[in-house]
Every structure is written in C-alpha cells, then in structure tokens.
Write a protein that binds this ligand. Structure first.
Ligand code: ZN
Length: 161
C-alpha cells in the first residue's frame, strides 16, 4: 500500500498533458501562479521539445518551432490534476485576468477551439476566480515537464522558461 507522502520527490507521479479538442473542452482551475513555455514541434507523430536549431531533427528538416505554454489545472468535477497546454493567444486571453499576488492561480478557465477541428485556433476564457486555491509549485511543474519531454528521442536538454 502506498501513501503519497512516502513517495520520494524524484518519483512523484508525472501528470498527463491534456489538450483542448474541438469536441472536448478543458475546464478547470489553474493551480500554478504562472505557466512555463517550451518551443515544440509536431514530429514523428508526437510533440517533442525543440532542442535548439543546431541539434534538432525537426528544425533540420525546416520545421519552425511552435511556442506552447504548460500549467497544472484541477478538474472541478473529478478533482483530478493534469497539465494543460495553452497556445500563446489562449494564454494571452487568460493572462488579462491575472492578479498581482497570485498570478493566474485560482482562475477557472475553459479552453476550446474556435472551429470544429483540433487544429483550429485555441480559445481561452476565464469564468470565475477561486481565491482559496492551494498552490502547485512552479518548480515541481518544471521538473515534471523536463521528465516528459526528456523522454522524446532527440532531447538531451529542454529549455523551459
Ligand atoms: Zn527544433
């Protein structure tokens, strides 16, 4: 039997990354003060982190890196936590509601798509603010992202900022 507090930080369970689809919105409360950005590619049928134009197999074949933001959110319905991906325009919509002391933590958001395709632009809106939201530390988010993206073939180091 496992208790959460017996698990070493290094083996803390990774969170899944979830992405808003045209027929499946992402609805949750943001748990981190800020998101983290990574330059990515869709390459080899998955998202990989761009490991810099000199060593990157995707840049090598002329693919431009795509900027994405990642942050931990909690489902209101199931209380499950996951990492959600935001495109820069969707993140920009949400950032307008950030607060000085807590950043985007506590914002209840809905991410969707502007049209009926998963490649349609992502939309982001804020529908409420939950002032008592417990914080998921950004450094822990970074460690999880490093682990997720380090599993990708080309990546020896991931730039997260
Ligand atoms: Zn690249």
């Amino acid at each position: 039997m496992h208790f959460l507090n017996e698990i070493e930080p290094a083996t803390f369970p990774a969170l899944k990354i979830i992405i808003a689809k045209w027929d499946k919105q992402v609805h949750g409360i943001l748990l981190c003060k800020a998101w983290r950005g990574i330059n990515t590619h869709w390459y080899g049928k998955r998202t990989i982190a761009c490991c810099g134009t000199e060593n990157c197999p995707a840049c090598d074949v002329g693919q431009k890196p795509v900027r994405k933001f990642y942050i931990v959110a909690k489902s209101l319905r199931t209380q499950n936590e996951a990492i959600v991906m935001l495109t820069p325009p969707a993140a920009g919509q949400i950032l307008k509601h950030a607060r000085l002391s807590t950043g985007v933590r506590g914002l209840e958001i809905v991410l969707g798509r502007a049209a009926d395709r998963n490649t349609s632009p992502m939309t982001g809106r804020v529908c409420a603010y939950h002032h008592d939201t417990a914080e998921f530390p950004v450094d822990r988010l970074e460690r999880i992202l490093l682990r997720i993206f380090a599993d990708n073939a080309c990546v020896k180091s991931v730039e997260i900022d």
